[in-house]
Design a protein around this ligand. Structure first.
Ligand SMILES: [Zn+2]
Length: 269
């Protein structure tokens, strides 16, 4: 059976509180041999490390999600550095910029509030890039409606920190710009959705060795589980669609995507 990795999972979320060992067993049975649990703030990052200590196939990324930027301390770096030194921490993140989920007018936010929120996102993104550069790690990037600013913030770190633009739903031009700067993209179960032909078109033109697979569970369960709780085992369904679009065998997709992940998450070897 060809093996795959789930490079983006939120196993520390309460959705798995009752049955996580079973979720991980099902992943192993489906050939998903490595799972990266992605932190969204310091507490979540700590939980991701605990899970990595408990389950041999689970690894952790530590970071602070842009959508929670307003709750972040002014200087995240000391705490993140401590967490990131753990032997099973393989990346920083998820981090990045999200201008889609900014606190809106409905929430009583003024343009000045929005600007402050953007500034805070930018500050903690820069801090995570700095820690990544210091420790020789790469970053898991969350980007929504903010591609230009994300690319601009990563530019000074070119050659030191690479990003994986997770849950990629942008167009081929964006993919090419990301790949040109040495970063990668990863695809979720969205590729299996009937109405996502535009995403499958991007899969078709993405170089096979510049992409990774992920679930972003508990979100975005692929067909035929769409709408249900997602879990790492479903990388299997994602891999079948991606192999179909790339017109390659599951064995080739397994070999190439796992090698890409091994190079990107540098502490694996
Ligand atoms: Zn995520």
């Amino acid at each position: 059976m060809p093996n795959f990795y789930d490079t983006h999972a939120h196993l520390d979320f309460p959705d798995y509180a009752d049955d996580l060992p079973k979720v991980i067993e099902r992943a192993q049975a489906a050939g998903i041999t490595k799972i990266i649990c992605i932190g969204t703030d310091l507490a979540s990052s700590g939980r991701a490390i605990q899970l990595a200590e408990t389950f041999p196939g689970v690894f952790a990324a530590v970071g602070w999600h842009p959508c929670h930027a307003s709750e972040a301390p002014e200087d995240l770096r000391p705490a993140l550095r401590d967490l990131a030194r753990h032997p099973k921490v393989v990346a920083l993140g998820e981090t990045g910029l999200d201008y889609y989920h900014l606190p809106g007018k409905e929430a009583g936010a003024s343009p000045a509030d929005e600007e402050r929120h953007k500034q805070k996102q930018s500050a903690i993104f820069r801090q995570q890039l700095e820690v990544a550069a210091d420790l020789g790690l790469n970053c898991v990037i969350h980007q929504r409606a903010a591609l230009e600013d994300v690319l601009a913030q990563m530019q000074p770190f070119a050659g030191r920190v690479r990003g994986v633009f997770h849950c990629f739903v942008d167009d081929a031009t964006a993919m090419q710009r990301i790949v040109a700067m040495g970063s990668l993209i990863s695809f979720t179960g969205i590729v299996t959705f009937k109405n996502a032909q535009n995403i499958r078109d991007v899969v078709a033109v993405t170089p096979l060795d510049q992409l990774m697979l992920e679930t972003d569970c508990p979100y975005l369960a692929p067909m035929p589980y769409r709408g249900k709780r997602c879990e790492p085992a479903y990388v299997k369904e994602i891999s079948e669609v991606v192999a179909g679009v790339k017109q390659c065998s599951l064995e080739d997709l397994s070999r190439v995507t796992c090698a890409t992940a091994e190079r990107f998450f540098t502490k694996w070897s």
